[in-house]
Design a protein around this ligand. Structure first.
Ligand code: GRF
Length: 188
């Protein structure tokens, strides 16, 4: 059985979608670790509910990014993780993890990259007036939201669609596509 680690800083709905895909036998993997930099975030609660081990850290307790990434890398190696799945992890992955897990870190972003990288992507796209919204799953490289695209999906919005409805549709697409892509990558 392939082993994956999820990195999340927030609500963790994509984490939940991966848990459920495993339960429904659509994703053949074991989530062996949740890594989070945000004590008290709901993703950690989800890990507890599902008996998933966690590594929760406060970046301020480490001298620098290298130091906390070394700590994370040690646990990932111990747990023999095959794939790192970023799901709303709000930190840029640094050299330590990129070097040790080359080609094994993926991210999901709520826009059709390379359009609207960075924070508040849905809001950025909405303000810009885009008519086709979408999501991107990509390999993680040193810069934010770059890296080879693995999969995308999109939908057209109707006249005067409000942002909350669009956001809900984006999340639905994410929850559908992320488990599929993880399964596809693990089968390779
Ligand atoms: C998702 O929209 C994802 O695309 C972005 O962060 C959000 C995380 O949502 N990277 P959740 O924590 O999985 O609910």
């Amino acid at each position: 059985m392939k082993k994956i680690a999820i990195f999340a800083s927030g609500f963790g709905s994509n984490f939940q979608a991966l848990i459920e895909a495993i339960e429904k036998d659509k994703l053949h993997a074991a989530i062996v670790l949740l890594v989070s930099d945000k004590e008290g975030c709901y993703a950690i609660e989800r890990a507890a509910q599902n008996n998933i081990d966690t590594f929760v850290f406060n970046a301020k307790n480490y001298p620098n990014k290298e130091a906390y990434e070394m700590a994370i890398a040690t646990i990932l190696k111990q747990k023999q993780v095959d794939l790192i799945v970023l799901a709303g992890y709000m930190r840029i992955i640094g050299k330590v993890l990129l070097d040790q897990f080359e080609g094994k870190i993926i991210n999901i972003h709520p826009s059709l990259l390379p359009a609207f990288p960075g924070l508040h992507a849905i809001e950025q796209a909405y303000q810009y007036g885009v008519k086709i919204f979408g999501i991107t799953i990509h390999y993680v490289e040193e810069d934010m939201d770059t890296g080879k695209i693995i999969a995308q999906d999109c939908f057209k919005i109707s006249e005067n669609e409000d942002i909350d409805t669009i956001e809900a549709q984006i999340h639905q697409l994410e929850h559908h596509l992320y488990p599929k892509v993880v399964e596809m990558l693990l089968k390779k």
